[in-house]
Design a protein around this ligand. Structure first.
Ligand code: URA
Length: 211
């Protein structure tokens, strides 16, 4: 079955994943071992978006399970964010040969899947990992001017940070990723507190009204 840009009420993450697994829409479908739809809960408050699956992801069908994945996991753990509580995916769902940067036709073919995942999960915040995700989602060439910042676009908040793989050969960047994920964690906690307080206020109002 072929992806469509529009969402509908029958859409599910499982349906999207099964379409991605069988997707024939671009040339990467002929070189991949496994497509990598992404993983996580529909209730996730945060979606992480990377560039594209690498070798390990192509072999397993899971996102961020190689070296970059271990770096992401460590940064998440240090920030106190559970990997199981977020949704992790990529701009494109199949590995480009030699891990080259995804081409325009590949991004375009894959984009409806990502849009449907975002639309279903409706995250409070989307974390863009690196320049490819930043450019594809928000436009602009370099993440330098916005790295570490939260940007609001069309009602959706985005945190822009570096790609975990960027820290493999430049270990000094490790603390940059960790710092950004730590501020993401603070932001999530703040949002959860606000939600809890408005719920408590609502319950208080209802009690006042009926007693
Ligand atoms: N790099 C990415 O951008 N995504 C993955 O899933 C793995 C490595």
């Amino acid at each position: 079955m072929v992806a469509t840009a529009h969402n509908n009420s029958n859409d599910t993450l499982e349906k999207i994943a099964s379409e991605v697994i069988e997707c024939p829409l671009c040339k990467l479908s002929r070189s991949r071992k496994n497509a990598v739809p992404g993983e996580g809960q529909i209730s996730a408050k945060v979606i992480f978006i990377g560039e594209a699956p690498g070798k390990n992801e192509d072999e397993t069908g899971r996102p961020f399970v190689g070296v970059a994945g271990r770096i992401l996991d460590e940064a998440l753990q240090k920030a106190g964010i559970e990997r199981s509580q977020v949704f992790i995916t990529n701009i494109i769902k199949c590995r480009p040969p030699g891990n080259r940067i995804p081409e325009d036709d590949e991004r375009a073919a894959c984009r409806p899947y990502l849009d449907r995942q975002i639309s279903l999960i409706a995250p409070r915040i989307i974390c863009l990992l690196g320049a490819t995700a930043y450019t594809a989602i928000l436009g602009g060439k370099s993440i330098k001017e916005n790295r570490g910042k939260i940007i609001k676009r069309n009602g959706q908040e985005y945190l822009i940070t570096i790609h975990p793989a960027a820290t493999i050969y430049n270990k000094n960047l490790r603390h940059v990723l960790e710092e950004d994920l730590s501020s993401l964690s603070t932001k999530i906690k703040k949002m959860e507190n606000q939600e809890r307080n408005s719920l408590l206020n609502y319950i208080g109002d209802q009690n006042d009204r009926c007693c």
